[in-house]
Design a protein around this ligand. Sequence first.
Ligand SMILES: *Cc1c(COP(=O)(O)O)cnc(C)c1O
Length: 351
Amino acid sequence: MPVIFFNKMTNISQIVRDNIRLLKPYSCARDEFKGEASVFLDANENPMNSPYNRYPDPLQTALKTKIAALKHVRPSQIMLGVGSDEPIDLIIRIFCEPKTDNIVAMDPTYGMYRVCADVNNVEYRGVLLGAGFTLDAGKMLAATDEHTKVIFICSPNNPTGNLMNVSEITKILDTFGGITVIDEAYIDFSSEPSWLEKLDRYPQLIVLQTFSKAWGMAAARCGMAFASEEIIGYLNKIKYPYNINILTQRFVSEQIDLEERKNGWVGMLLQQRGFLTEQLAALPVVEKIYPSDANFLLVKVADANAVYNTLVNRGIIVRNRNNVSLCLGCLRITVGTEEENELLINALKQI
Ligand SMILES: *Cc1c(COP(=O)(O)O)cnc(C)c1O
């Protein structure tokens, strides 16, 4: 039986670490000034080399206005990070007391939750997924105790590729008294609606998305955390003041105008995912292809290490997941261009 020690919160601040709740954040020079001005002698900037001489907007107001319209949320429900990896770390630091608190996540899942927990000296509890890599809310809740502050759910999950069941996630949201994070890095490739629609219903829900995958901007390092205003306030309070530089703010803003191009890429990649699935299924070396709601396929092969090395020798790099829980014999293969996928298939045909 899951033991739930704290009831559904009415107040986020009750589970925030004391030092974070009491923290007086760094005050930027430009925070203190509101209004019109043309002479800025307040931040020790060089007056030359405009516009790069000026510190960027710490709250990225212009970019968030665009993202809010794109995602149908309020700008105040958005925190932007240096990739979604930044909010993963900040969430753990806001809620988890080192050496005392713990987080619960699925196993297998994205590796950064464990790395960030380890860096912060916070216990990490992995809960094995069920048959077909399914989420069992009861098992997740059973792994929690009064020191569990955050549950991480990745949907579609990396490296398994599948979406987690809506009713299991709902059980967790309706029962667990801490923070629930749903990492939607691959949501653009999935046919299911985003959990963003449920933000107003669950004040303890944080949804993570990123510009690194469908939008093709991994190099720009821009990730999004969406949550209640109260949680966003804490994320903004502890992030580095100028975490998103002006080049990224402007570039991402321009790229959002090219949403149709992004949708075209997603369409192409989904078509290629189908092509790859068919071609892989016909190869003797392939034992199983797991269903995917993402831009990659988890593929079980006869000898993962050997296949991996053969591909490396042909200049093709896939992700060897042989040593990951429940993924024995598996490679994670990102869907590439038609040409890249054909090169992969041809290389595998020769094994
Ligand atoms: C790729 C990925 C991310 C993205 O990280 P960024 O820091 O935004 O590039 C986040 N979560 C999962 C599950 C991923 O696979």
